[in-house]
Design a protein around this ligand. Sequence first.
Ligand code: NAD
Length: 287
Amino acid sequence: MPQIIDGKRISQEIKDELKEKVAALKEQGIEGTLAVIQVGNDPASSVYVNNKKKACEYIGIGSLAYELPEETTEEELLALIEKLNNDDKVNGILVQLPVPKHIDEEKIIKTISPEKDVDGFHPENVGNLVTGGKGFVSCTPAGIIQLLKRSNVTIEGKNCVVIGRSNIVGKPMALLMLRENATVTIAHSKTQNLKEICKQADILIVAIGKPRFITADYVKEGAVVIDVGIHREPKEVDGKVVSKLCGDVNYEEVAEHTSAITPVPGGVGPMTIAMLMNNCVEAMTRE
Ligand code: NAD
């Protein structure tokens, strides 16, 4: 039987640790505030923003929510970011992505002060990740490192295959595994012989964005499998169509061949917000 890596429990553990840290910082007179900016009213983004506000409340830091209309101009958004960059009470700034098409995402990311970039997307923070310097790390990959460590999975010396090379998951994930002394291969949409490459992995991290793509024939017997994908699938239950979550891994088929695996939901998903809170607490104490 594989170990089911419980992201719900581990994320709760992290949030409880942070709550204690925040209480201790408060006693020293250090308070924290995260500013969350949402442009437009995409329902999925609204859910994420709301969850972030709730997490701030839970660990005991403040949150400022800016809900801007869809037609907000790039100049207006940049001006708000600059204002928050210069506000000493705000230690973290986050712009919920994606932003509407008329706004240049890269420009937005670059305008957030690297010291307040709790998403870890600013090129200065990405650069620090590459060179081994201090800086904020993208939350989902940072959460996966915590899942592995807190589940007693050895990373050092292991063959790790990361499928996906996005700026928010695949690339920082590969760099973090390298930092933990794994031997890392990055696979992507142009990779040839994907199955053979995946079969070499002691730790297989899947961030492709395709439901149930990874089947048992991609997985070495006894490997650790981390599924980053999140998809909503319609499913019929008692004659009613309900929506069910699934990942990039065909869990039912793959799980029995692994030594440890993350489920969807309840695996990687809950870790992202926990690590965002971790970055917010770090932002409170950064020199
Ligand atoms: P993305 O679309 O930006 O990147 C997907 C990557 O997969 C690309 O680099 C591409 O080269 C690779 N790819 C696509 N098809 C492939 C194929 N057939 N073979 C090999 N590689 C292939 O996606 P993303 O933002 O990195 O997200 C990936 C998945 O993770 C999505 O399902 C997303 O919803 C999910 N996600 C989850 C969380 C979380 O908190 N759990 C956070 C971010 C993303």
